[in-house]
Structures are given as C-alpha cells and as structure tokens.
Ligand binder design. Structure first.
Ligand SMILES: NC(=O)c1ccc[n+]([C@@H]2O[C@H](COP(=O)([O-])OP(=O)(O)OC[C@H]3O[C@@H](n4cnc5c(N)ncnc54)[C@H](OP(=O)(O)O)[C@@H]3O)[C@@H](O)[C@H]2O)c1
Length: 403
C-alpha cells in the first residue's frame, strides 16, 4: 500500500525549523517508517519571501515548494495540510491560532506550547470546535527510548515508581569580561522576556516531560481522572533581563505518594557542561529498582535498569543504546536528529482520523502549561501583555512580523 503523505507548511525559518525540515525529508524507510511520507510544500518567513525561498533550498524541499513573505499567506495555501509553528514561544499562541482560525489548518506547534495556560486552553478549544488536529511538538515523547522506558515502567520492571528526578541544564556562563554574564545577548530568545525567554519554558519543559510522562501519563486509566500535581518552585532570576535562569520545580502527587523534581539552569550544565560527560540526567525510582537515563533529557539515547535484587554494582551494569537510525539513501549524509518521530505521529494521527496524539494528549499539555505557569508565578516571572493575552488578533505584531 502507498504510504500516507502529509503536506507540510513551515512557519518561520530559524534554527529548529531547519532541523525539523531536514528530518521531515530524511528517508522514512531508514527508520522503518514505510507507512508515512512527508513533503514540504511551502514555507513562510516574516522577513521576506526570498528568505523563505533560501530556507526551502537549504533544507532540500522540491522546486515546486512555495515561498511566502508572510505567515498569513502560508496558512491559507490550499496545498498545505498541516502547519509547523517554529517561532519563539512568545509567538506560538497567535501563530497557531492564525493557522487554526484563519487557515483551517492542522497544527504541530513547537514547545513551550504557549506562554500561559489560558492560551493553550483556547488553542485546544479552537482546534476541537473546528475538528482540526493539534499537537505540542515535544519530540522526546516519541523517541524509541522514551517508549521503551514507559513500557518498562508500565510492566512493573522497577515496582511502583515513587520519584522521578530530571535535569536539563546548560552551562551558559560567559567569561567575566563579556558584556552579558550569560553568553547570550540580552535580546536573545533564551533570556529576553519579550520572547518569553527563560530556562523553564525553553529547557525545563524537558525535565517536566520526564516527570509527566512517568508520574502523570502512566497513572492508571482505571483510577478515572488523572491526579494533577501540586507545584512548589524555586527560581533565581537573571538580573539583566528578569528571565528565570535557574529553576527547580517539585511536583507532588499525594494520591500516588509520588514526587517529581525537575531542574533546569543556564548557569550550570547537566553533567558539567555536556550531558554525556558524567552520570544520568534522569532517575526513575521505584520500589524494586531504578531506571537511569543518560542526557540530554530532550534527546535520550541510552538507559539502564538497576534492580534492587541485582547482585552487580551499578558500574557493572551496561547502558542500553537506542540510537537514531542512519539515513541509508545512497550518498546521503543526513542521519537525522530524531524529530521525524513526532512528525510520523502527526501523520499517523491524521491518516487515522485522530485529532490529537494519545502519547501527549491535549489535556496533558494543558496540565503541563498550568504547572509551568504556577512555577513562574511563584518565582515572580512576568511577561508582557502582548505575549500573554489569550485574545487572538490576526493583525497582532506577532503574526505580521512587526514585533
Ligand atoms: N524541539 C526542539 O528541540 C527545539 C530546539 C530549539 C528550539 N525549539 C523551539 O522552537 C522555537 C524556535 O526556536 P529557534 O531556536 O528555532 O529560534 P530562532 O532560531 O531564533 O528562530 C525563530 C524564528 O522565528 C521567526 N520570528 C518571528 N518573529 C520573531 C522575533 N520577534 N524574534 C525572533 N524570531 C522571530 C524568525 O523566522 P522568520 O524571520 O523566517 O519569520 C526566526 O528565524 C522556540 O519555541 C523553541 O523553544 C525547539
């Protein structure tokens, strides 16, 4: 049977749009995905159509792909099935609403989904009212390693899980002579409040991904409605811009006697500076043992299971590698980044008539955004109104590129 083809429109042309688009065009058979196929049929840049054309050429889209100089033109292209929103998180609500509301398009939106929980709720309500597919692009959830680890936990391999500790931190310190203390200029989206900058929404979301995919997502369906966490947060602010630079979030699930500790920082890195240098970034701790996952938390490729009954010491227990497959096309050098798995999920959902992904349901994205909002509130982090409003405006500067 011919594979199901999904036709993508890429909204924005920055770093992650490039990586994701190259993954979309990597040969699906190299990862054993013969049932789906992706095409990039259009892209838009808020700066100019020529920038979009350059982007399409760089990522290897075909000559027929359309280049637009505005997001508004992209979302009404009748050849596009789904829009991938790849702007800074400050823009996600307005840009995703533009696609849903004006373009009647399905949407895959980069993380963090939005800036506020009310914004996610509105996106979800709009997608449901219009019977459109919507998904938060947390690629980590679709990694084969994440799937294996969730299956292991579900099977009781380490007993009942009572605690998950996860870190996703980058050592971003500049030398002391630099103008900024961190190596980003103050205008950079990592630390700029106008772009919803800060460690939690950018990096901490991956620590929370591990907490949520084990302690929340795997709660038994027989229990009825899932237990949302109580949230306690500690935040250090980046004095130059007011963004959060080091944030720790404790999630408490009293009904399950479980806790999660999610850490993120721009001051110190997981494993010194590079996640591969030292020990695991994630510990999943159960009554009968522990699963350790090597970082980086967003791109997990190795784990091991240490059982309480195990005779060997931890350093004798080998890591299990779950590598990203190499692209087998003749002459190809692009091995892929691992973002194709979330794209495959979107394609399969649409093929099967599903309007959301069971691996990251929209109700769960809402609880995650509520958690981050509460943590930021406790830390006194405030973002400007133009990026926190949940009133859609197709002429918002965030949609017209005049922000
Ligand atoms: N899943 C992942 O692993 C991953 C990794 C990195 C980032 N992300 C997420 O992806 C999103 C984009 O991150 P990125 O690293 O790709 O950022 P980036 O390189 O700065 O690109 C963002 C793009 O958004 C567009 N844009 C529109 N208005 C903008 C404004 N006022 N300031 C800056 N850019 C503006 C620009 O494209 P045009 O000029 O063409 O419109 C720009 O190139 C963020 O939400 C981030 O959290 C995800």
């Amino acid at each position: 049977m011919a594979p199901y083809t999904l036709k993508w429109g890429i909204l924005a042309t920055g770093g992650i749009a490039q990586t994701f688009s190259k993954d979309l065009l990597a040969d699906p058979s190299a990862r054993g995905a013969d049932d789906v196929h992706h095409e990039i049929v259009a892209a838009a840049s808020s700066s100019s159509a020529s920038r979009a054309a350059e982007f399409l050429k760089d990522v290897g889209a075909g000559p027929d792909a359309k280049a637009y100089g505005s997001y508004a033109e992209l979302v009404v292209d009748p050849n596009v099935d789904i829009i991938y929103v790849a702007t800074p998180h400050s823009h996600h609500f307005q840009n995703a609403m533009l696609a849903l509301e004006v373009g009647n398009k399905h949407v895959l939106c980069e993380k963090a989904f939005t800036v506020t929980a009310a914004q996610v709720r509105k996106l979800v309500a709009t997608a449901r009212a219009k019977n459109l597919f919507l998904m938060e692009a947390v690629w980590t959830r679709y990694f084969p390693l994440s799937i294996q680890v969730r299956e292991l936990v579900k099977s009781g391999a380490i007993g009942t899980v009572y605690r998950v500790v996860a870190d996703n931190s980058f050592n971003s310190n500049a030398d002391s002579t630099a103008a900024s203390i961190l190596h980003f200029p103050d205008s950079n989206r990592m630390v700029n409040p106008d772009l919803a900058g800060g460690a939690l929404l950018d990096l901490g979301i991956y620590s929370l991904t591990w907490l949520f995919q084990i302690l929340y997502h795997l709660q038994s369906e027989d229990e009825g409605e899932k237990e949302a966490p109580q949230v306690v947060a500690a935040i250090n602010k980046y004095a130059r811009t007011g963004a959060d630079e080091s944030t720790t979030v404790v999630l408490q699930f009293p009904g399950h006697r479980s806790q999660g500790i999610g850490m993120t920082s721009l001051r110190v890195g997981t494993g010194v500076g590079s996640a591969q240098k030292s020990g695991p970034a994630i510990l999943i701790q159960g009554s009968d043992g522990e699963i350790q996952v090597m970082g980086p938390a967003f791109k997990p490729l190795a784990y091991r299971v240490i059982k309480k009954s195990e005779e060997k010491s931890a350093d004798q227990i080998p890591w299990i590698d779950v590598p990203i497959p190499a692209d087998k096309r003749p002459g190809a050098t692009w091995a892929g980044h691992g973002m194709f798995w979330e794209a495959d999920e979107a394609a399969r959902c649409l093929r099967d008539g599903k309007k959301e992904s069971a691996t990251l349901p929209l109700s769960e994205s809402i609880v995650i955004m509520e958690t981050m909002e509460e943590a930021l509130r406790q830390g006194g982090i405030v973002y400007p109104e133009v990026i926190t409003t949940d009133v859609f405006d197709k002429n918002s500067p965030l949609n017209t590129g005049k922000a």
